[in-house]
Write a protein that binds this ligand. Structure first.
Ligand code: AKG
Ligand code: FE2
Length: 400
């Protein structure tokens, strides 16, 4: 912990006009500059995070005391090499969705999808208060006592609602006994739907307001995603409704809430391993002001600077395939830091299991030969599940 500045200020909440005002510490290695952010946080947000599988007898009161046990320590070649990640120069595009220039917006989004595969959006239409309540709700969930969270813990990927730790296997060829490395995060997964709120019945009743917040948020994200699909479709020179229609009438929509507690040595582990998102489109709501997300750009890791009130938009594998490789499903990872926890809520929108996915015919010609064969999304999911714990190469499996 040589350079750690973990202090009580790292997680200090004070009451202010019914809001909780969170005081961000003045300095933190590799972190953005200090800011004070006012977030509506409910009482349990002031509790400390403990892993769902930790002992109830664990009396620690500081998140930074979570121990970096050997199962979290990655083999040398898989470590994040933080000293080599440059902060200089490039950042991902920050796109103003509130602009009146419709053609300009289509162009900007298409360029971001082709060059980066990930971008930030501001003036996106999802109310700020709702985003804050959503993050507070997620935080409350991860701050529940271990014995409550344990009821949701499962390693079974077919279970719709569950808490788990992601892991990677040491060996690429992966026999079942290959050593597993846990990621420094806990994740909560469940379905969502833009218009049908019945998914809420599957969710835990604790924290009490989680169901209500997430259904309201899901509706907003559904509207935003339809708008994004439309703009992305136009950006490919297609009618606005083509992309979303290709994904089918019963899209597979999943939520993944991620909690990354502070870590005593961020050089030895990752919050989430290197991956691309398997679905079509992801919208991520991250803790404002805390770095963590990085993308691979020109063979180097690049920090995605957090921007207050912005959402992160991420192209998934299915959009890369539908666009015949024009839009990029970018490799990304999440790194940890020594003094602040970080939360993010990823909303994934994927095809109907029965949707036939493949490069859209208008995007194939002599200059742009077909890159992927057609497949049903259920086939893709099968290949995906077989690669559990590995550095996944799923869309590559369908390359021609
Ligand atoms: O935490 C983040 O910013 C990104 C999360 C992510 O990549 C994911 O959930 O797939
Ligand atoms: Fe991701």
């Amino acid at each position: 912990m040589a350079n750690s500045i973990f202090s009580p200020a790292c997680n200090n909440f004070v009451g202010l006009n019914n809001n909780w005002k969170r005081v961000i510490p003045m300095t933190c290695n590799n972190m953005s500059l200090p800011r004070v952010l006012t977030t509506r946080l409910s009482a349990t947000s002031r509790n400390v995070f403990k892993w769902a599988n930790s002992e109830d007898s664990d009396m620690s009161t500081m998140e930074a005391s979570l121990s970096l046990t050997p199962d979290f320590i990655l083999p040398v070649e898989r470590r994040p090499n933080l000293a080599e990640v440059s902060k200089l120069g490039d950042n991902v595009p920050i796109i103003d969705m509130g602009t009146g220039d419709a053609d300009g917006l289509v162009e900007e989004i298409a360029r971001a999808c082709e060059m980066y595969g990930l971008f930030l959006i501001k003036n996106h239409g999802v109310p700020q208060e709702l985003c804050e309540s959503m993050l507070a709700g997620v935080t409350d969930l991860f701050h529940l006592p271990p014995k409550v969270k344990a009821l949701l813990v499962s390693d079974d990927p077919t279970k719709d609602v569950r808490i788990c730790n992601h892991y990677r296997k040491a060996e690429e060829k992966g026999d079942s006994k290959a050593k597993r490395f846990s990621m420094w995060s806990e994740v909560f997964k469940h379905p969502w739907h833009p218009s049908d709120q019945s998914f809420a019945d599957l969710l835990p009743s604790d924290p009490p307001n989680y169901r209500k917040i997430v259904t309201t948020y899901a509706k907003e994200i559904g509207i935003l995603m339809s708008r994004l699909f439309n703009l992305m479709s136009q950006g490919l020179g297609l009618e606005g409704d083509v992309l979303q229609n290709r994904l089918g009438k019963n899209p597979l929509c999943r939520v993944q809430a991620n909690y990354y507690p502070p870590c005593s040595n961020p050089d030895l582990t990752l919050g989430l391993g290197v991956h691309t998102d398997r679905d079509a489109l992801t919208v991520v709501l991250p803790t404002p002001n805390v770095e963590g997300l990085q993308i691979m750009k020109d063979d180097r890791w690049m920090i995605v600077d957090p921007v207050p009130n912005a959402l992160v938009v991420n192209i998934g594998d299915q959009l890369q395939v539908l666009s015949n490789g024009k839009y990029k499903s970018v490799l990304h990872r999440v790194v940890t830091n020594e003094c602040q926890s970080r939360v993010s809520l990823a909303m994934f929108y994927g095809p109907d299991k029965d949707a036939l996915i493949g490069p859209i015919e208008n995007l194939i010609d002599d200059q742009h030969p077909q890159v992927y064969r057609n497949y049903y999304f259920s086939e893709f999911l099968e290949v995906y599940r077989k690669q559990e714990g590995k550095n996944r190469k799923i869309k590559e499996f369908f390359e021609i």
